[in-house]
Design a protein around this ligand. Sequence first.
Ligand SMILES: *Cc1c(COP(=O)(O)O)cnc(C)c1O
Length: 466
Amino acid sequence: MRYISTRGEAPALGFEDVLLTGLATDGGLYVPESLPHFSLEEIRSWRGLSYSELAFNVMHPFVDDAVPADDFRKMLDETYSVFAHQAVAPLVQLDTNEWVMELFRGPTLAFKDFALQLLGRLLDYVLEKRKQHVVIMGATSGDTGSAAIEGCRKCEHVDIFILHPYQRVSEVQRRQMTTVQGDNIHNIAVRGNFDDCQRMVKESFGNQSFLGGKTQLAAVNSINWARIMAQIVYYFHASLALGGPDRSMAFSVPTGNFGDIFAGYLAKKMGLPISQLVIATNRNDILHRFMSGNKYEQHQLEHTLSPSMDIMVSSNFERLLFDLHGRDGLAVKTLLENAAKGPVSIEDYRWKHARKLFDSDAVDDKATCDTIREIYEQNEYLLDPHTAIGVRAARNCRRDQAVPMITLGTAHPAKFPDAVAESGVIVKPPLPAHMADLFEREERYTVLDNNIAGVQEFIAKHWKNA
Ligand SMILES: *Cc1c(COP(=O)(O)O)cnc(C)c1O
């Protein structure tokens, strides 16, 4: 399998190199040159497979000979055995033909574990083979950092440095990062905000000379193709559990960076019958505004009860724009360069095509709280605020009651107790048993000034072979 850049000017790469690269050298994102396609008969034959067996069938064409089949099967068994549910991604019924797929049974209680548990293992496998080392540098406002740390804590060939804004992440989120022990794990609390952290990461990727040429940076955010790949699997899993591929499914996806919903779009292109894909956003609704009015325009960032979806621009949307433009990288490059300067639109027929592929809705904090309360009153089931946005959008956009509607449950409610309290539900969501002692565990992190030279010096000094 070859991978090409969405901006058309970077060299095509194989899976191993795509895994170790962040952005392409032309500033684009890597996508497969062509997608595998599965027949209904083949998908039908996957009924009854375990999650990890299914994952093998869906992902092996992307990984190819970078990981031989037996090793890849073993890696997937290990990856999905750390989830605290035998079904890995269990489905919970909300109403007639309406479901939540719980993607929060992994070690850090958000769907990001599905990809990052695998990414850590893939990285270490490939680096062992190549006798190489990487430094992961990432910025987090919450869920990505902890999932990346958990995914990489056992890696021999990876050091991981996660920057978070000092005193600006929730206590649960901070403790999930800072209580993981390991010589290769480094938490940096930056005296600044999330954007400051992200800017330092971006600049460091652009100029890695501070590492003295002895190692290189690797990315764990969803610009990394391997993350998207791992998220395609659970669309097949949900469909097969509910009678697919012989009936079509609808999915509603709480969306920030457009990673998870893009994986659903790919599942459909790979042959899975999906009749509706709903983009569910919070008040940071650039995607919903584009889908409703063909105007792609950045607004000021708003802080909401669903912080993991508080973003101004969705980086992965570029991967969809590439397809919408007939995979013309230069057209995408021009469009996004213009988008950085002001509002842009795409040709009407291209936008109409996008509207056929996706429905969308934006849900504010009040409707989020109303939904948490409503579902609790109806079912005694607690939603986290991100999943609640998905459920609300699913109900608002639903087209066909006969088609199962599945909302992706992206986080455990115990991660966001304040939103649950604000909804008026009086029960406090308890932390799952495997995390019950989170508040007693020892924390380790370093506070640094909002200054890139200091952060880079810290990294250069503290990675394993420095
Ligand atoms: C990351 C995240 C999202 C957004 O996912 P994208 O793939 O960036 O669209 C939604 N909900 C939760 C809980 C998350 O952690």
